[in-house]
Design a protein around this ligand. Structure first.
Ligand code: AMP
Ligand code: MG
Length: 327
């Protein structure tokens, strides 16, 4: 069985074809590039409209198949930017009704977790999902992926991107902050904001901007200190979620998890508590359509489909609203 998955929650328009055995036959994408400023929802949606046909075609070519060989259409129904989700949902509905295929709308955050379980040996992990808009620590408890801790304001990726933009480094800022941080030598004390199991990055960002404007610190030291501080916060919450749930696996997900320093810190934390740390390849950490196709496949096998009248976008769809009947 082949599932065609569509990802469009934010910057990336992705199309993938995945078999029910978990073989990724194609995982194509076109992500919007921005020189100045942030993502403007309508402009990103325009980008997705422009590229959608080409990306679908490329995925079918890569997988060497046609729509006849596709058995199921999955799409990211939420959470995400409404304008962007609308494009993916529209393409999914058109393909499903034109080619008479079942349709299934999946939750983007859960898809990050399930592709990690497919691509690594992780069985029942705590997921540290660190991306642009989202930052959540998630684990399966009582039939749902519960959120044990999350950001109270912006996502950690958004924090890195905004700081990079402030320093004139462009978007996406995560990799640029990483490069600078590698050259940083002096740790500068910054606010450390963990509230219970939740996190906040807005105040740290303001503090960093003030320090940058004061010209007393180098960009390198600021980038290094920003990373050390917020990654320690992420891992403190992840470690407590592991202790609380008794789980001994940590899985990383989201674009920020491409950061090698975060990966090293996560591995060290796991080593110290005799747990295992799993990191999928970058292609499956960042937003990608393979994860949407794979979660669609898992849910379909469990008997779930999404009737067209229930396929409207869900920009605020929470991870713990989904009943997990496929695991
Ligand atoms: P996502 O929304 O999951 O695609 O993640 C996007 C976020 O990941 C953005 O904030 C990027 O700056 C960040 N990011 C992407 N690649 C890297 C990388 N190699 N190192 C650090 N951050 C990254
Ligand atoms: Mg994501």
């Amino acid at each position: 069985m082949n599932c065609l998955g569509i990802e469009t929650t934010a910057h990336t328009f992705g199309v993938a074809i995945v078999t029910d055995k978990g073989e990724v036959r194609a995982n194509m994408k076109d992500a919007v590039q921005i020189e100045e400023g942030g993502m403007i929802p309508a402009a990103v949606a325009d980008h997705h409209v422009e590229v959608c046909g080409t990306v679908v075609k490329k995925a079918l070519e890569k997988a060497q198949c046609s729509m006849k060989d596709i058995d199921l259409i999955a799409f990211s129904q939420g959470p995400g930017i409404g304008n962007c989700l609308t494009v993916g949902t529209f393409v999914a509905r058109v393909l499903a009704s034109l080619h008479k295929k079942p349709l299934i709308g999946v939750n983007h955050c859960i898809a990050h977790l399930e592709i990690g379980r497919l691509k690594t040996e992780a069985k029942d992990p705590v997921l540290l999902y660190a991306s642009g808009a989202n930052t959540q620590v998630i684990a399966l408890e009582g039939g749902r992926y519960r959120i044990f801790g999350e950001t109270l304001d912006i996502g950690v990726g958004n924090f890195l991107d905004q700081f990079a933009r402030y320093m004139g480094l462009g978007f996406p800022g995560g990799p640029k902050i990483y490069e600078l941080a590698c050259k940083g030598k002096n740790f500068i004390e910054l606010p450390y904001v963990v509230k219970g199991m939740d996190l906040s990055f807005g105040g740290i960002l303001t503090n960093l901007k003030q320090k940058y404007d004061s010209h007393q610190y180098s960009k390198e030291d600021l980038a290094y200190s920003a990373q050390e501080t917020v990654f320690a916060m992420l891992l403190e919450v992840s470690e407590r979620a592991m202790a609380h749930t008794g789980k001994n696996e940590l899985l990383l997900g989201g674009g920020v998890a491409c950061n090698v320093r975060l990966q090293d810190m996560a591995k060290q934390m796991c080593r110290e508590r005799n747990a295992q740390c799993f990191v999928p390849a970058n292609e499956f950490l960042v937003d990608n359509a393979a994860m949407i196709a794979w979660l669609g496949t898992l849910e379909h096998k469990a008997g779930i489909t999404t009737p067209v009248e229930q396929s409207k976008v869900l920009p605020y769809w929470r991870t713990d609203e989904v009943e997990v009947i496929w695991s």
